[in-house]
Design a protein around this ligand. Sequence first.
Ligand code: ADP
Length: 167
Amino acid sequence: MGLILYPGSFDPLTNGHIDIMRRALERFDELRVVVANNSRKQTLFSAEERVALVRESLANEPRVSVVALDGLLVDYAREVGAKTLLRGLRQVADFEFEFNMAAMNRHLYPEIDTLFMMTGADNFYVSSSLVRSVAALGGDIDRLVPAPVAAALRDRLITSMRDTGTE
Ligand code: ADP
């Protein structure tokens, strides 16, 4: 099969994201990570930084590309001729939101389908927001995110501690 789009915030990319990406790549030729540049959502990393971290973390995977998107996902999908979206499901709590989102996307673009992949057993508790919280409190995040992300999180925390005068 052809191209699958993987939309999300990726603030930042985690091993949970990478797990379902690798599995999707067993079924699709090409996967494009679409980083939402949603100005209403406060993020730790800018869209450019999030894109760069995905690029760096998946540098050895030629079938993965990454873009930042300001507009509507279905418009982008139409433009590039993609008919499948990838989303991950961790637990029941994810379901309602994802169900509505998939239905809305099909309303806007009837040819699009969302493929849901269940998280791997090792990653069901891994989310970008928990990783940010753990990192902010000095916890070990090395096995939860790829190395470039761990480095960027450390960097960001050192900067914020310097800015707020905490050592
Ligand atoms: P969003 O803000 O759009 O939910 P995220 O970056 O948090 O963006 O997530 C992008 C997609 O990756 C979502 O479908 C989410 O369910 C999925 N995802 C996030 N973490 C994991 C994980 N640990 N295992 C499987 N899927 C995940």
